[in-house]
Design a protein around this ligand. Structure first.
Ligand SMILES: Nc1ncnc2c1ncn2[C@@H]1O[C@H](COP(=O)(O)OP(=O)(O)O)[C@@H](O)[C@H]1O
Ligand SMILES: [Mg+2]
Length: 241
């Protein structure tokens, strides 16, 4: 469903991504784990067609992100690191607006908005002003806008950052509940996040993929050669001990 081949991205002199290759199967939840500055957001912006690669080929659902960016955006939902919410709008109104600009037919908008509000636990705040919502609810609005056009692919950039533990659990459950029906990539800088939600994990560091495993495999490797890997994980700030 997602193919990334030898992707490199330079910002001026800075090589943010260095020859990154991976793919994601349909229905899979892939975790993108790495410390700040590793290149997670850059990869996600390229996958969603918001940023172009320097070299390499990236395809989503068979569409090239450079040549067919409109199609890519049509089949992809994106939760950016900071969600550009319209703070003065009410939740229902905002989601209707997002549905409209994503090309949903007028007579389908109401149903889609009702569905995503139900799905994301937003029914009780449907008529509240977004700017007055808690961080947890705002994040759910972010996820709701990402799925309002029923995309096959979902790209979530640090979906639980800044949430309290209860909100974190709720958002993780929401993401897990979408497993199988959509292909999902989520990024995070903390190890427990991927263990709880993902089936496969890529570890990215300084723009390179340095490891790939299942969450169980990663934990097993951590236990087996604990001292070295714990030190590595600590250096990468993936665990807080
Ligand atoms: N627009 C930009 N211009 C210049 N450098 C950038 C830009 N965006 C990100 N970078 C740099 O690229 C590297 C990767 O950043 P990013 O993809 O945001 O990493 P992450 O999301 O893993 O924290 C970092 O060194 C960052 O400072
Ligand atoms: Mg980032």
């Amino acid at each position: 469903m997602i193919e990334v081949v030898e992707l490199t991205k330079f910002y001026g002199e800075l090589r943010a991504l260095d020859n990154v290759t991976f793919d994601v199967q349909k229905g899979e939840i892939l975790g993108f784990l790495g410390p700040n500055g590793a290149g997670k957001t850059t990869t996600m912006r390229i996958l969603t067609g918001f940023l172009s690669p320097t070299t390499g080929v990236v395809k989503v659902g068979g569409y090239d992100v450079v040549e067919n960016s409109l199609e890519v955006r049509r089949i992809t939902g994106y939760l950016p690191e900071t969600v550009p919410l319209y703070n003065e709008m009410r939740v229902r109104e905002y989601l209707g607006y997002m549905a409209r600009i994503r090309g949903i037919k007028r007579n389908r908008i109401r149903d889609r908005v009702d569905y995503v509000m139900e799905r994301c636990g937003l029914v009780e705040v449907a008529d509240r002003i977004i700017g007055h919502l808690s961080k947890g609810y705002r994040q759910r609005v972010g996820i709701a806008q990402a799925i309002v056009h029923d995309p096959q692919v979902l790209i979530l950039d640090e979906p639980t950052i800044g949430l309290d533990p209860v909100q974190v659990r709720e958002v993780r459950q929401l993401i897990k509940s979408m497993a199988g029906e959509r292909t999902i990539i989520l990024s995070t800088h903390i190890l427990p996040e991927v263990s709880m939600t993902c089936e496969r994990v890529l570890i990215i560091h300084k723009g390179r993929i340095v490891a790939e495993d299942t969450p169980e495999g990663l934990s097993r490797r951590l236990q087996q050669s604990e001292r070295i890997l714990v030190r590595l994980a600590r250096i990468l700030s993936l665990i807080h001990i």
